[in-house]
Design a protein around this ligand. Structure first.
Ligand code: C2E
Ligand code: CA
Ligand code: CA
Length: 803
């Protein structure tokens, strides 16, 4: 992950590597890309699946609904079919019954053809009696053509009465079989229907009288109501006006009717519907309607009877008829609902699982695996959002790293290094207030966006965070004080439109400065000058390749004076200078660090090395200058090139430089970085005829005990030792110890950056072999060196200090 972040940082930071202590990717973090692409891609894929699932649910529900509608339609059709069938059945049964009745009467009438209806003959009496008893009529009688009747009541009593006024007698006497509407039989108190048929004279069509019976109204009602559902339906016989002829006695009928006829209901008909029914009835048509009675839909059918102007009026609850189908429909609804619910549950579960995997992806993408805090990617996202939302709030962007972190790893072990990072990350998290954000950028670099009111306040907070490092128990216990460098960029209103990573570049510039100056507080605010520095760097980067091609890089030489042997010149160090046609001589401090960052140093070192060899060949081999040791600087990156030794050896051989005349100066920091590798390279270099020295010894984190296992030829004591200060006394003691220890290990010592004669004396007394410093000579153009040597040594052969 750190590698990924680095790549990102390089893009964002215009070529700046964010970590000064790079290469410490020791947390072995995730391997996933940090870019947001996989997540958004995954989420759009997930969304597509959800849409698909939703579409499936909708289609499923649609199909289910269609099926239910279909079922209810089928159910309705069934109901309609049923009611039509039932109406037909009733009609048929009624008509059949009436027909049978008439046939019976007509048969009896035939028997009475030869008799006088009123003559009370045995035949007539038997006929009346038989019919009365056999057919359980309420009354039975015969009338002559004048309407005088002889009849028998329900109790078997005979009566003579004038019935000429009765409509059914009159009808029968005109030759019509007649059935009346129910009327009250005063003898029995029952509602009865009268049936009457004509009696013909034997062998003629002349009517001589009528035969009539009164039959209980209930007989017809029973036929009509035979197929009703437990009072939930109703069946009336009505006439064409809608008046009841035989009114249903079902509970529904009682509930809905106000009496009299079907148009007199408690819940009136819809006007259009009533009109339709009236029309149908008036015109002898059958029909079918639906009406809601007390929340239940009734299917109603009416059909004309071939009896008088009568109609059968029949109503059933819709759901009763198709109860089976209804329950099937309900079953289907339940099954569909359960299936949809299960499907939704399934989707929810998938979603949950998805969220979980999304969370773990986010963790991979946004959480630093070592500290479990935000990584750089997340910091950028959240920080950008904070700045967007909290316009008007003062923010400072802080970029911090731990001083000499890789040495801490080297000295205390990686586990301690990891603990230190977690320890600091926890603390930084602790002091991150709402509206602020911090994250780990990688290695030992932490970035934070903090609110502030005054510069002093932010300074105090950053210093406070750094001071926390000093009390890290695992290093404190061994007397080591951990410190941090911080670069701060104060964001102001004019930064609108500047990206967070661009602001971070500025914090990094400030951080670089803090590091370069390395004074007490190790904290710098970004300033305009740093911007200028950045511009300078950009210019250098743009010109470096061309400058190398055009030989703008020259070597200067600084002599090394053998202070133990009459201050003779025993060697020189080749130091590069950029002689620019526009800017004049540019010192290494203005470009070496940058080249070390951008990798150009490898080319430059090789170039300087070759120039040094060429010069040596010219001056010593060709021009007879006494042999001396010429040293060149080798940067960490150059040394790390896989074929480093072979390339340098080839160049050395090409210029025929004898063994032990070239010295390679390696910086001290390499020893800590990869001790084993350093040792093996040193051995290889020595094997190839190079001398090796450890440069800047004492400037950083030199551990004297490490020296025992590194067999360099020369130890170059850093100029810091020889800066005159209050601790001069202590410094001297230290140098003395180092010199004697180096001697005991078979190493020469060269003191660098010595200004004062008095110091030379002291060094000589300590046994230090040589001094390279302005006290004797400043670095000079190579062309001047030969003349310098000649003057200095007075043409004497330099003493070979190597032996
Ligand atoms: P260095 O390798 O430690 O070289 C010694 C530096 O100390 C030189 O600085 C030299 O001019 C300076 N110096 C020597 N005596 C005195 C003194 O008495 N007082 C003061 N103030 N300075 C003194 P210079 O030439 O500016 O080089 C600076 C650094 O740049 C070198 O430090 C070396 O690390 C780097 N450098 C120079 N040339 C090359 C090169 O070709 N390759 C690489 N990789 N680095 C180079
Ligand atoms: Ca050097
Ligand atoms: Ca040095």
């Amino acid at each position: 992950m750190i590698d990924n972040i680095k790549r990102h940082a390089v893009f964002d930071g215009s070529g700046n590597q964010f970590s000064s202590e790079d290469g410490v990717a020791h947390n072995g973090g995730g391997k996933k890309s940090n870019s947001g692409w996989p997540l958004s891609h995954a989420s759009s894929k997930v969304n597509r699946i959800y849409y698909l699932a939703l579409a499936v649910i909708l289609v499923f529900m649609g199909l289910g609904l269609a099926f239910i509608l279909y079922c209810s339609e089928v159910s309705k059709e069934d109901t309609v079919g049923y009611i039509q069938g039932a109406t037909q059945q009733i009609t048929f049964a009624l008509e059949q019954h009436v027909k049978d009745e008439f046939q019976t009467l007509m048969a009896s009438a035939t028997a009475a053809e030869d008799e006088n209806p009123l003559a009370e003959s045995a035949t007539i009496r038997n006929l009346i009696k038989g019919m009365g008893e056999y057919n359980s009529y309420v009354a039975i009688g015969l009338a002559d053509s004048s309407g005088q009747a002889l009849w028998r009541d329900i109790y078997g009593r005979q009566h003579h009465s004038d019935m000429s006024g009765e409509d059914f007698i009159q009808q029968a006497l005109t030759g019509k079989n007649t059935l009346t509407s129910p009327r009250l039989d005063t003898v029995s108190g029952l509602e009865v229907n009268y049936y009457a048929v004509p009696i013909y004279l034997t062998g003629s069509d002349k009517i001589k009288g009528a035969l009539f019976v009164a039959d209980q109204e209930d007989k017809l009602r029973n036929i009509v109501e035979h197929s009703l559902y437990a009072g939930l339906g109703l069946a009336h016989i009505i006439n064409r006006n809608g008046d009841y002829v035989i009114e249903s006695k079902s509970s529904l009928a009682t509930m809905v009717t106000l009496g009299g006829g079907i148009f007199n209901l408690r819940i009136p008909w819809d006007t259009a519907m009533e009109k339709r029914i009236r029309d149908d009835l008036a015109n002898g048509r059958s029909g079918r309607v639906e009406k809601d009675f007390y929340g239940q839909n009734r299917l109603i059918a009416y059909a004309p009877l071939k009896i008088n102007d009568w109609y059968v009026f029949y109503a059933v609850p819709e759901n009763m008829v198709s109860a089976g189908l209804k329950s099937l429909t309900i079953g289907a609804v339940v099954i569909i609902s359960v299936a949809v619910a299960l499907f939704i549950l399934f989707i929810v579960l998938i979603r949950q699982a998805n969220n979980q995997s999304r969370q773990s992806l986010e963790t991979l993408a946004f959480v630093d695996p070592l500290t479990q805090k935000r990584n750089y990617q997340k910091f950028l996202l959240e920080g950008t959002e904070l700045l967007r939302v909290n316009k008007g709030t003062r923010y400072a962007l802080c970029y911090s790293d731990i001083k000499g972190f890789r040495y801490i790893n080297g000295l205390f072990g990686r586990a301690v290094g990891d603990h230190l990072l977690c320890y600091w990350a926890d603390f930084l998290d602790e002091i991150t207030y709402p509206g602020e954000v911090f994250g780990r950028m990688g290695a030992d670099v932490f970035v934070s966006l903090r609110k502030y009111r005054t510069r002093q306040e932010i300074e105090a907070r950053v210093a406070g965070a750094s001071s926390r490092l000093a009390v890290f128990p695992e290093t404190l216990a061994r007397g080591y004080k951990v410190e941090a460098y911080s670069g701060i960029y104060v964001i102001d209103d004019s930064d609108e439109g500047l990206s967070l990573s661009a602001m971070l570049d500025r914090a990094i510039s400030a951080h670089k400065m803090a590091k370069a100056q390395d004074n007490g507080d190790r904290l710098r605010f970004y300033s305009h000058e740093m911007g200028v520095q950045k511009l300078w760097e950009a210019e250098v980067e743009a010109k470096m390749e061309a400058a190398l091609e055009h030989n703008e890089f020259n070597i200067y030489l600084q002599p090394k004076i053998d202070i133990q042997h009459d201050d003779r010149i025993m060697g020189a160090e080749a130091l590069v200078r950029w002689v620019s046609p526009e800017k004049g001589v540019i010192a290494p401090k203005d470009f070496i660090k940058l080249f070390e960052h951008n990798g150009f140093i490898v080319k430059l070192d090789r170039f300087v090395f070759e120039a040094a060899c060429r010069y040596y060949n010219d001056s010593v081999i060709k021009c007879g200058l006494p042999p001396y040791v010429l040293s060149v600087n080798v940067s960490r990156l150059s040394l790390m090139q896989p074929d480093f030794v072979r390339i340098y050896q080839n160049i050395k051989e090409r210029y025929s430089i004898p063994d032990k005349c070239l010295e390679l100066e390696f910086t001290e920091s390499l020893v800590f970085e990869n001790h084993a590798l350093f040792r093996s390279i040193v051995r290889e270099c020595q094997h190839s005829g190079f001398l090796c020295s450890l440069d800047d010894f004492g400037a950083g984190y030199s551990a004297l005990n490490l020296l025992r296992s590194i067999h360099v030829d020369v130890l170059k004591l850093d100029g810091l030792f020889f800066q005159v200060d209050d601790e001069e006394e202590r410094g001297c003691k230290l140098v003395e110890n180092i010199v004697s220890m180096a001697k005991s290990l078979g190493m020469k010592t060269v003191a660098e950056g010595v200004h004062a004669e008095s110091m030379v004396k002291q060094l000589r007394a300590m046994g230090c072999e040589a001094v390279q410093g302005n006290v004797f000579a400043e670095p000079m153009p190579a062309e001047e060196f030969q003349a310098f040597v000649e003057v200095w040594n007075g043409y004497r052969t330099a003493i070979n200090y190597i032996i």
